[in-house]
Design a protein. Structure first.
Lengths: 567, 152
């Protein structure tokens, strides 16, 4: 069948099971937009291309599918770079299609031309410039394969206008095979056995799980491993929800703003089981002092993550779920009623020590009845009223850390945050993407007054698409996290951090056609949240909080993770 | 060994610059399979750095195979064109060196001779050393190429 490039693109997306495209049209894309209404894929018009990428990213994280973005050339393409970099750092499967000027004028400084392939080369898993319409279907098949397999990541396809207009015979490839790309999913049996030996020998084991557990769908196997061998579990920011935050073996998040007991347990363990995590600097603190006495088992699908930062006793290059299933098989085979794998008294002493740490320095704050609203109180009230069942997206900074600390996630794909890049402005478009992936869920963006202004224009997208997302603005009139560093290390020299001049958020919400609510006293918090949750429209909640509250614990830069600053 | 496609060389070099690894020399050309190109690259670093470099290269979608020749027996060659001063006084000396090193004079003028040299690292270093006091005007190098020696 002879089809234009535009139709080939859309037909191929349909065959990949795409149901939503986040996009913003432009000159070189009109041929595609002309065909779009006929194809039966929902198009969500954003108000800034950065919003489209964050929304597609969040849609992918919330649903497990690959997110799709469609933007025009030049400024449309460059506006996607931040979002692509964030998806790249967090290994999220998205396909970003950018229109491009016709092939004959590429390199000529044409109107709205940029070398987006060159610009995004370092921050995409792979990218393509398509020069012939005949290659389009094959590239799309490859792109979706690359985006979602191995270690997932963003793929960019640069599509020139003449390729969009060109007409060729369309045949969607049935399969894809790339000689230069063959990720290894199967864990090697010898490594599994070595891991098992270390697991049963360990006196003080800890599991350190990351985003890979969620990508791999391994949360049940993770729980089984923890329970069978009674091993306490901590996760990274990206791993929240991969292990139930209400479980008795839960240590809390680890790292720079992790809980006291999580950081202490990792520091004092004799076996660290790293699953789908990459030993990022936010987690390790001073590398030379990180986990000094432990053997390390590292399960990761990406060989470059293994031994990049830390020496590892048992490296396992594999899909997390695959490796965990194999380990569980060995455990089940080796444990009999007569031969217990866990030395109960020994394990109890380790867990008791952890409980001691929890009692000594729990996460804490003080909400006075007639004092200013504490940010942590807002998060706890949100948690209570949603019964921990909401999908939470966050912006970046103090709001993000308090959300991670005080909302207890029990299911994967319910905490969506820009971790590796730490991109302010992520949360609002992310809430839109997550709501579209889960139309019946309660979706809440936890934001700061700084972050929310970075992609505030996406409120229009939420209102237009009737998405009942809730935005909780932790409004302290500062660029909070930077202010905290200035308070703790720069003698409170608040240079560039006070943020006055913010709009009246209630009026702003109403100007967009959403609902605006405000709480200025602790007694107003619960009722504002209750009203917001009941409202079947997008709601902005402005919480006027204590301006100089700090996130604790905190591991200062360069310090070991045991050298935490506490409240 | 990489896919012979536009932009692949860019990806490889960008990997090095982006992660702060150093490229000492680089040479690239088609293989007998026209869809595959071969890049010969010289870099240096501690063993963990080299391990990271190799793994990061393998991770690139267009890279088919990465071989570290350092630990194996291999044949290496590099070609240079050297423009050296050849005034009346030093001309004979230049020709004598050319003869000793078994290389060729490929250009002649009143002031300069251009010499073509091919050889392994030792020979290249030696001839540059010897010619230097005579006045080397300009040098252009291809970068090393290498092949593993066949197993007996």
């Amino acid at each position: 069948m002879e089809l234009s490039g535009a139709m080939i693109l859309l037909e191929s997306l349909k065959r990949e099971g795409v149901e939503v495209i986040f996009g913003y049209p432009g000159a070189v894309l009109i041929d595609i937009y002309d065909e779009l209404p006929k194809i039966g894929i929902r198009h969500v018009l954003v108000r800034h291309e950065q919003g489209a990428v964050h929304a597609a990213d969040s849609y992918a994280r919330a649903s497990g599918k690959t997110g799709v973005v469609l933007v025009t050339s030049g400024p449309g393409a460059t506006n996607t770079v931040t979002g692509i970099a964030s998806a790249f750092m967090d290994s999220v499967p998205i396909v970003v299609i950018t229109g491009q000027v016709p092939t004959e004028v590429i390199g000529n400084d044409a109107f709205q031309e940029v070398d987006i392939v060159g610009i995004t080369r370092p921050c995409t898993k792979h990218n393509y410039l398509i020069k012939e319409t005949a290659n389009l279907a094959k590239v799309i098949k490859e792109a979706f394969h690359l985006a979602s397999s191995g270690r997932p990541g963003p793929i960019l396809i640069d599509l020139p206008k003449d390729v969009i207009k060109g007409v060729v015979d369309f045949k969607y490839p049935r399969s894809v095979s790339m000689r230069s790309y063959k990720p290894n999913y199967e864990a090697h049996p010898r490594q599994i056995n070595k891991a098992f030996d270390l697991l049963v020998k360990a006196k003080k084991p800890v599991i350190y799980a990351g985003g890979g557990v969620i990508s791999s769908g391994a949360h049940q196997e993770l729980r089984a491993l923890a329970e069978k061998l009674s091993i306490p579990v901590t996760t990274t920011l990206m791993g929240l929800g991969g292990f139930p935050g209400t479980h008795e073996l839960w240590l809390g998040m680890l790292g720079m703003h992790g809980t006291y007991r999580a950081n202490m347990a990792v520091a004092e363990c004799d076996l660290l089981v790293a699953i789908g995590a990459r030993f990022d600097d936010r987690v390790t603190g001073n590398l030379e002092k990180f986990c000094p006495d432990a053997d390390i088992i590292h399960i990761d699908i990406d060989p470059t993550s293994i031994k990049k930062n830390v020496e590892v006793s048992v490296p396992i290059v594999a899909d997390c779920r695959n490796a965990l299933v194999k380990i569980l098989k060995v455990i089940d085979k080796e444990s009999t009623p007569r031969k217990k794998l866990v030395r109960v008294a020994e394990r109890k002493s380790w867990l008791d020590q952890i409980e001691e740490w929890k009692k000594t320095y729990p996460l804490s704050y003080e909400q006075k009845k007639d004092g200013p609203i504490k940010p942590q109180y807002v998060i706890e009230e949100l948690y209570k009223q949603t019964e921990g069942k909401a999908i939470i997206t966050t912006e970046v900074g103090q709001n993000q850390m308090w959300a991670a600390q005080y909302y207890h996630f029990t299911k994967p794909r319910t905490f969506i945050s820009s971790g590796g890049l730490g991109c302010m402005g992520f949360g609002l478009p992310a809430a839109i993407g997550a709501q579209l992936a889960n139309p019946n869920a309660m979706v809440i963006d936890i934001a700061g007054d700084g972050s929310i202004q970075m992609n505030i224009q996406e409120l229009a997208t939420a209102v237009e698409n009737k998405l009942p997302i809730k935005v909780a603005i932790i409004n302290n009139q500062f660029l909070g996290m930077v202010r905290q560093w200035q308070e703790l290390f720069y003698d409170k020299n608040y240079s560039g951090t006070p943020m006055t001049g913010a709009p009246d958020f209630v009026k702003l919400a109403e100007a967009y056609g959403a609902v605006g609510l405000r709480a200025e006293k602790p007694s107003e918090v619960a009722s504002v949240i209750k009203k917001a949750l009941k409202t079947k429209r997008p709601v902005l909640m402005d919480f006027r909080v204590e301006p100089e509250e700090c996130v604790y614990p905190m591991v200062p830069a360069g310090a070991a993770t045991t050298e935490m600053l506490l409240a | 060994m990489v896919d012979n496609e536009p932009g692949v060389l860019s990806r490889v070099t960008a990997l090095f610059s982006g992660r702060g690894f150093n490229i000492e020399s680089l040479s690239v050309g088609e293989t007998i399979d026209p869809t595959i190109s071969r890049i010969t690259l010289v870099t240096s670093g501690s063993p963990p750095i080299i391990e990271q470099i190799i793994k990061q290269l393998r991770k690139l979608i267009n890279v088919i195979k990465v071989i570290d020749l350092t630990e194996t027996a291999f044949v290496e060659r590099e070609m240079l064109l050297i423009k050296v001063k050849a005034e009346a006084a030093s001309r004979a000396e230049v020709l004598r060196i050319v003869d000793i090193f078994r290389c060729k004079v490929v250009d002649v003028s009143t002031h300069f001779y251009t010499i073509e040299v091919t050889g392994a690292e030792g020979k290249i270093e030696a001839i540059l050393d010897i010619l230097s006091p005579l006045g080397v005007e300009e040098v252009v190098r291809t970068g090393k190429i290498a092949l593993a020696r066949s197993k007996k």
